[in-house]
Design a protein around this ligand. Structure first.
Ligand code: GCU
Length: 607
């Protein structure tokens, strides 16, 4: 046991420099201290605080260098040359993107250094302390009191570092180098149709835990079994055999597990009469995980989700996914959405539209969104930003995508609302691409075998027939594809008679369709950018789509207008993708009601 313990220390130490071995889940219900608020910042386009004039990174040089911004160096000695001072520098709000907070930073892509000081006294000297980030876009290098904690790449998933041995009672200085430069080998890569919001975009908190604590757990129904709860409990730093109790008072469940190994401890609990979670009755149970040192609470729903031939079965019952696609943006604020209030605005609109399902595009949204979906009864498609032409042949890019997928599943696997993990969006079929996506799909199944796997594919046209025969259709459970009849091609008039040939006998979901309209611009159905054109486009597409074989759902593009640097048509777009059914001022366009009426009809059909 001691040898294993030493071994684990040796194993973990280097990993801390690339953070993700010990991601802590369910941080909403832990002993936390927020570090949200105003942080000082320094804009550093030349990365002067990171590289010396020989472009050598300071934090890889032996000798400490006061010019390195992470040292937060100060001097009153008028002779000494120090060319930065965080405390005299302006501030930004955290969480939040920098682009919407300062006009000078609206288009800024590069490095910004954030600094925040804090005092902290452990409640118990045997306790441990972790620093947790909900997300930082895109690459974060984190330093505490001048020591490098590690690096995280990927703008939409959480990461944490242990800081027990570094934190001091007073005047801790936390410095984060945030770089949102787009890179070819990144996930996403350099080209996206959304705003590359930079910054510490989600909550930052300190988490105090006992020396041995419940780091992660899965508590969900066993695949396809409504009477069996199964999963695992993962303890961090086991030094002796521990007793763990899973308690669900409403179900009179009190399951005791004896944990004597550092790995996940699997379990199964049979229970009759579980009230199943569904959009109509989003039942969440209070669940407690108790050890001698802590009690962790969570609110968890139980449901099964499967496919059978062309059908999608929720709790064994045929369903239709009445959906809408959503970007993680508060359109009225014109900035990244990041809190419960933002989630309420976006998901309430989806509910008003008559949705029982939402596609969170194209990256894992903040945790408030999925908790809100649990409570509101909205099924969720969650996706990682393998978007368009990522560098499929690059092993590092695949590792990056796998890491983001692992972080998303670790964070959200206990959310009943999430029914689909999506591996990608509109990626061009090729051997390297297929290999890339197949690897991801296999990893997702290994990490969580209870949910469906999909990806937003594309169709092609041959002799006037729309064809979906992408090889990936063989590796996913839901055959989803984007099609833009009447906007990027194809006639709206003929749409209802369009021919489709979808190669797979699996549930078909239209993951995107739609067209742009400037709210308040009116004209004939033939005039692009008018509300009437968008309304007609929806009417014609819905007539067409209803005839597609195995159709079991859709998530039109998109709930609300969103910022995109690719949309530059003056007066009409001005930096906004106008395919929303709701404008960036929160005003509904005519097509909103077209889809709402269609969903009323579908809801009746599937009752
Ligand atoms: C694509 C893509 C979206 C994009 C949309 C559009 O299909 O998936 O990210 O915004 O089309 O062109 O508006």
């Amino acid at each position: 046991m001691f040898k294993k313990f030493i071994l684990s220390i040796i194993l973990i130490t280097p990993l801390l420099s690339y953070s993700q071995e010990g991601l802590i889940s369910n941080t909403f219900n832990r002993n936390t201290t927020t570090l949200n608020g105003t942080w000082h910042y320094i804009v550093d386009p030349y990365e002067t605080g990171y590289y010396n004039y020989r472009f050598e990174p300071y934090d890889q040089l032996k000798k400490k260098n006061k010019s390195a911004f992470y040292n937060n160096y100060h001097t009153d000695n008028k002779l000494e040359l120090v060319e930065y001072d965080f405390d005299k520098s302006p501030t930004l709000l955290v969480p939040g993107d920098w682009n919407s907070q300062d006009e000078k930073l609206f288009y800024y892509e590069g490095t910004i250094w954030y600094k925040r000081s804090f005092d902290y006294q452990l409640a118990n000297i045997t306790n441990r302390l972790f620093l947790y980030f909900g997300a930082v876009n895109y690459k974060a290098e984190v330093y505490l009191n001048g020591q490098k904690l590690g690096v995280h790449e990927g703008g939409f998933t959480p990461f944490n570092f242990e800081v027990t041995s570094i934190v001091q009672p007073k005047s801790n200085y936390l410095v984060v180098k945030v770089d949102n430069k787009r890179v070819k080998e990144g996930i996403p890569t350099i080209n996206t149709d959304w705003w590359n919001y930079g910054g510490i975009t989600r909550d930052v908190k300190l988490i105090e835990e006992p020396s041995t604590f419940v780091q992660d757990y899965k508590i969900q129904l066993k695949k396809g079994d409504v009477n069996s709860i199964s999963g695992y409990i993962k303890l961090n730093n086991l030094t002796k055999q521990e007793k763990v109790i899973i308690s669900i008072p409403e179900l009179k469940i009190n399951k005791t597990l004896l944990v004597d190994d550092d790995k996940e401890v699997r379990y199964e609990i049979s229970s009759k009469n579980i009230q199943l979670w569904s959009p109509k009755s989003p039942k969440l149970y209070a669940v407690f995980i108790k050890t001698d040192q802590q009690t962790l609470e969570d609110k968890i729903g139980f449901r099964t989700i499967q496919t059978s031939g062309p059908d999608i079965l929720l709790n064994g019952k045929n369903i239709f996914l009445r959906g809408i696609s959503i970007h993680e943006e508060n359109p009225m604020r014109g900035s990244r959405a990041y809190n419960e209030a933002d989630a309420l605005v976006l998901l309430s609109w989806a509910k008003e539209l008559g949705c029982n399902y939402v596609r969170l595009a194209h990256y894992p949204h903040n945790e408030y969104m999925v908790h809100m979906a649990d409570k509101m009864g909205l099924m969720v498609w969650e996706e990682i930003p393998v978007y368009w032409t990522v560098d499929f042949s690059n092993e590092k890019t695949l590792n990056n995508a796998e890491n983001q997928l692992t972080e998303a599943i670790t964070r959200d696997k206990n959310r009943a609302s999430i029914i689909i993990w999506s591996m990608a969006n509109e990626t061009p079929p090729s051997e390297t691409r297929n290999h890339f996506l197949i690897e991801l799909a296999e990893l997702a199944r290994k990490l969580d075998d209870t949910r469906l796997i999909s990806a937003a594919l594309e169709k092609h046209n041959k002799n006037g027939v729309n064809i979906v025969d992408d090889e990936m259709g063989n590796y996913i459970d839901i055959v989803a594809f984007n099609q833009y009849t009447g906007w990027y091609g194809g006639s709206l008039e003929n749409a209802p008679n369009a021919k489709w040939n979808i190669k797979f006998n699996k549930p078909t979901v239209i993951s995107e369709f739609g067209g742009g309209a400037l709210q308040g611009l009116h004209g004939t159905v033939k005039e692009r950018w008018t509300e009437e054109y968008q309304e007609y486009l929806y009417q014609q597409n819905l007539k067409m789509i209803e005839k597609i074989s195995n159709l079991r759902g859709m998530s039109p593009w998109i709930l609300a207008d969103f910022r995109s640097p690719k949309r530059v048509l003056p007066i009409i777009q001005d930096g906004w993708n106008r395919k929303g059914l709701i404008s960036n001022n929160g005003i509904k366009k005519k097509a909103f009601y077209t889809l709402q009426n269609f969903y009323k009809k579908i809801e009746k059909e599937y009752e």
